[in-house]
Design a protein around this ligand. Structure first.
Ligand code: FMN
Length: 307
């Protein structure tokens, strides 16, 4: 891998700027390790809370024509203590890249307690999911209120000595305001974005397609929304921004970097391209940086903001 691609992100060292997004293949040490083997510079786990949850009934995922996926999984997970063991297993492999544990809770204290357990298990950083659009009393119900975001971030920062990433929801009037609240409370990086709240209706049965009725939209339809969010957050805060939403090609990733992303997360594209997407995206970014005459990736981050 070219050294041009190396990234330092809130103190974490990544061999390249591609990361596995939360919730896609992130529930076992084996699948997280496989993502790294196939070229991801870092991995984010499935979101985990204190106690195990079974999530929603099927249909929980629905493929939309050509524009992405709709999901309302309901944040199923085995609970923090159980998942900490997967992190320990992942960490046994010396060559492993950073693992970031995605955490959620139903109060600031629960976020902090789950984060502590996962950091004890070996997580290099935590990502706070204050942005899931389909589970009540957590996720975007927190992420839509800057005061609650501050409370959660402050509580986690007081509990763990690892970088804290905060993943934001686009389902707000002013995402920059929420990013500022997170950074004001100590966030070390912002991840933008989680899915957009949406729904689909089956015209034969005349029922909503998802068992939960509404869910989150991911994939290519999300990309222009996510690029706009990254652009606005980059102007508002000084910490690194990680772009996420509809990235499927190296051109998509470069666009996010020009908007201000220091790294990118990939989720839905894995369903169509497999884990090979990490290598094809990072190789393409490397060629772009080289062909345009830049010495490093850093030089393209936020370049679209120049006057
Ligand atoms: C099936 C599925 C499950 C997801 N689970 C989580 C999750 O547990 N935590 C989270 O923060 N985001 C979750 N997400 C959101 C993704 O991490 C990502 O923010 C979103 O899908 C946009 O990126 P993409 O278009 O590359 O998929 C999930 C997305 C999908 C499609």
């Amino acid at each position: 891998m070219s050294s041009r691609l190396a990234v330092e992100l809130a103190g974490l060292k990544l061999s390249n700027p591609t990361m596995l997004a939360a919730g896609i293949l992130g529930l076992s040490a084996a699948s997280l390790r496989e993502a790294i083997k196939q070229g991801a510079g870092a991995v984010v786990s499935k979101s985990v809370c204190l106690e195990s949850r079974s999530g929603y009934c099927n249909p929980a995922v629905f493929q939309l024509d050509n524009c992405g996926l709709l999901n309302a999984m309901g944040l199923p997970n085995p609970g923090a203590k159980h998942f900490a063991q997967e992190i320990r297993d992942f960490k046994k492999d010396e060559s492993n890249a950073p693992i970031i544990a995605s955490v959620f809770g139903f109060s600031a204290d629960e976020f902090a307690e789950a984060a502590q357990i996962l950091v004890k298990g070996g997580a290099d950083a935590v990502e706070l999911n204050v942005s899931c659009p389909h589970v009540k009393k957590t996720g975007s119900e927190i992420g839509q209120r800057p005061r609650l975001v501050s409370e959660v971030v402050r509580s986690v920062k007081g509990a763990v000595e690892r970088p804290v990433f905060v993943k934001l929801t686009p389902n707000v009037a002013d995402i920059a305001e929420v990013a500022e609240a997170a950074v004001g409370a100590g966030a070390d990086a912002i991840v933008a974005i989680n899915t957009v709240r949406s729904m689909a209706i089956d015209i034969e049965t005349a029922y909503p397609v998802l068992a939960n009725k509404t869910g989150g939209l991911s994939g290519s339809a999300l990309k222009p929304i996510a690029v706009r969010c990254v652009y606005q957050i980059y102007e508002a805060v000084k910490v690194p921004v990680v772009g996420c939403g509809g990235i499927a090609t190296w051109q998509d990733a470069v666009e996010f970097m020009l908007a201000g992303a220091s790294a990118v997360q990939i989720g839905t594209a894995i369903a169509s391209q497999g884990l090979g997407v990490f290598r094809s995206v990072s190789n393409g970014i490397d060629r772009y940086v080289h062909d345009k005459g830049f010495r490093s990736l850093k030089e393209i981050v936020g370049l679209s903001h120049r006057r």
